[in-house]
Design a protein around this ligand. Sequence first.
Ligand SMILES: Cc1cn([C@H]2C[C@H](O)[C@@H](COP(=O)(O)OP(=O)(O)OP(=O)(O)O)O2)c(=O)[nH]c1=O
Length: 197
Amino acid sequence: MSACAVLYLASASPRRRELLSLLDYPFDVLAVDVEEQRQPDELPAEYVQRLARDKSQAGWLACGGQKPVLGADTIVVFEQEVLEKPRDFADAQRILQLLSGNTHTVMTAVALSSELDCEVVLVSSQVTFRKLTPEEIRRYWQSGEPADKAGAYGIQGIGGKFVSHLSGSYSAVVGLPLLETDLLLQKVLSPLMTSDY
Ligand SMILES: Cc1cn([C@H]2C[C@H](O)[C@@H](COP(=O)(O)OP(=O)(O)OP(=O)(O)O)O2)c(=O)[nH]c1=O
């Protein structure tokens, strides 16, 4: 625990930890357990924002409202289908075949709970993949990279070689949009900060 932390990050994602470290706000990490299950009529944009809010609010409860809590969620959406983390190789194969040669949307929502309220920001990016061969997909799965990532790929890793075009926020695709998160933290934390920060 860092004595000077001004917020908690409610996330087990090493990518989110690294990205948040690039901003100017000392933080501690908090573990939360939130069920990721889309409701039947829930739109992808509503779903990703609800999950970010749920993570942030679960953290706010867990720390007893000590400090603001940031939570985030990332989903990949292709033709209205939400493609989350692959369950197994067959699922990753199906997902990567859908993404092959097509453009999909990556939605990342960031939520910050504090004594003021819970503010949520949504960032959508468009990512285009070149065509992938079945052999490439098989080898990519064997690298281990797709297993813990929405859409079964990591743009920051080997998966970067599949991306022919990106329109939007690279850091949001990796899991935490730097620009929008920084603005949210400035807005919410500034009025709460003490002079010794
Ligand atoms: C599309 C894409 C996703 N991802 C990652 C970001 C997220 O960590 C993950 C999506 O799963 P999430 O459920 O958003 O996050 P998580 O379970 O990893 O972490 P936590 O809920 O504890 O915060 O996929 C990449 O790292 N690179 C990519 O290119």
